[in-house]
Design a protein around this ligand. Structure first.
Ligand SMILES: Cc1ncc(COP(=O)(O)O)c(C=O)c1O
Length: 395
């Protein structure tokens, strides 16, 4: 003891030299490397937090009954998932901890396979490792019949226990259709694996049909099938949602999950034992923010304008956004074949702009950079002006 866990290096630490270089720009740095919101937390959430500040007792791990009702109502109003039951929802302390701990909480064991998207938020991989399981990147846009899984130690097929989906995807902005979600669900149910879909960018859809129809949830009845009583058949399924992005609440750590009551109960049990409780004032703020759609609609327009500015300016600089990047908080850009992801990051740093190399998100990110829409309007305009006049990204 201590026995070191084999965790990857924390990727953003390796950006330090690029940050230092970007900071030398005479007009100041524009940091678009991390998807951390910069616009104000809505007043209604701040007020709810303050009003609930007197909180001497422990908060319920399952969330207050009022919060659970607000979560159920939100799924029905915003995601087309009706008839969720009280036992099918649970608040979490932001969704990153849930992503990191779900494999463990759901009972993944050493040697089990945890599948995740090829270009992915690094925490799916970390969560598999924390459980001693084996993270396996797969193409979640493709027919699961094409997925190649590694054999177990004795050469026998290893057991996939969990399939992570992320739609809209970070970093690639891809959206999974109801047909693709249903194919993955059928594949996983045949094998007894759980499917967990991380959907925190669902309100940020930039192209049709998603902008007007909404981004489909894993819990959509067209995906899940229905129970005898008409509700969604949630067997083996969970979906995660977070208010960090849509409501500028990343600093509050306010999120929730929903799905199969048996899985929710198993996760809630571990959370009770471990003291993973969403603080009472945050539960109150989460409830208030969930009930209001106006601030979300306004925030979506703010991101739409920033995206259009950055799309136009990066195209003028010679970069090409992934044509399937149609939703979410990022551009997923490719430069000339001669430039690696870190070459691109270096060229951006010379312009005083910090972006993330695609390699942070797996091998599928080679040659790409991820540019976050989370700069203030003023900083995004500054970045755009620098990009329009540069030949640095054409080497
Ligand atoms: C795909 C994805 N999942 C989960 C999270 C975690 O969000 P939070 O912990 O703020 O709820 C992020 C944050 O960037 C993300 O991109």
């Amino acid at each position: 003891m201590p026995r070191a866990l084999t965790l990857p290096d924390f990727p953003w630490d390796s950006l330090r030299p690029y940050r230092q270089q970007a900071a030398l720009h005479p007009d100041g740095v524009v940091d678009l490397a991390v998807g951390t919101p910069v616009d104000p937390t809505p007043a209604l959430a701040q007020q709810a937090l303050q009003a609930a500040a007197n909180a001497p007792g422990y908060p319920p791990a399952a969330g207050t009954p009022e919060l659970r009702a607000a979560i159920i109502d939100w799924w029905a109003r915003r995601r087309g998932v009706t008839d969720l039951r009280d036992s099918e929802v649970l608040p979490t302390i932001g969704s990153k901890e849930a992503v990191a701990l779900l494999a463990l909480q759901l009972g993944a064991r050493p040697g089990d396979l945890v599948l995740h998207p090829r270009a992915a938020y690094p925490t799916y991989d970390v969560g598999a490792r924390l459980a001693g399981a084996v993270p396996v990147p797969v193409d979640t846009d493709a027919d699961p019949a094409t997925w190649r899984l590694p054999p177990g130690p004795d050469g026998a097929p290893a057991r996939p226990v969990l399939v992570w989906l992320n739609s809209p995807g970070n970093p690639d902005g891809h959206v999974l259709s109801t047909e693709q979600l249903a194919r993955v669900v059928a594949w996983a149910r045949q094998r007894g694996a759980v499917v967990v879909s991380d959907e925190c960018y669902a309100e940020l859809a930039w192209a049709e049909p998603w902008a007007s129809q909404g981004v489909p949830s894993l819990l959509d009845p067209r995906v899940t099938g229905t129970r005898a009583d008409g509700g969604p058949d949630l067997r083996g399924l969970l979906a995660l949602y977070s208010l960090s992005k849509q409501s500028n609440l990343a600093g509050y750590r306010a999120a929730f999950l929903a799905g199969d009551a048996t899985l929710v109960a198993a996760v809630a049990e571990v959370r009770k034992h471990a003291g993973l409780l969403v603080p009472a004032p945050v539960q109150a703020a989460l409830l208030a923010a969930l009930a209001d759609e106006e601030h979300v609609a306004a925030q979506v327009e703010v991101y739409r304008a920033r995206r259009e500015t950055l799309l136009e300016a990066t195209a003028a600089a010679g970069l090409v956004n992934d044509p399937a990047s149609v939703a979410g908080l990022y551009l997923w850009l490719r430069g000339p074949a001669s430039m690696s992801a870190f070459d691109l990051v270096g060229a951006f740093a010379e312009l005083g702009i910090v972006v993330a190399p695609g390699d942070f998100y797996g091998q599928a990110g080679a040659g790409r950079v991820r540019v976050s829409l989370t700069g203030s309007d003023e900083r995004v305009r500054a970045a755009a002006a620098r990009l329009r006049g540069t030949s640095l990204l054409r080497r």
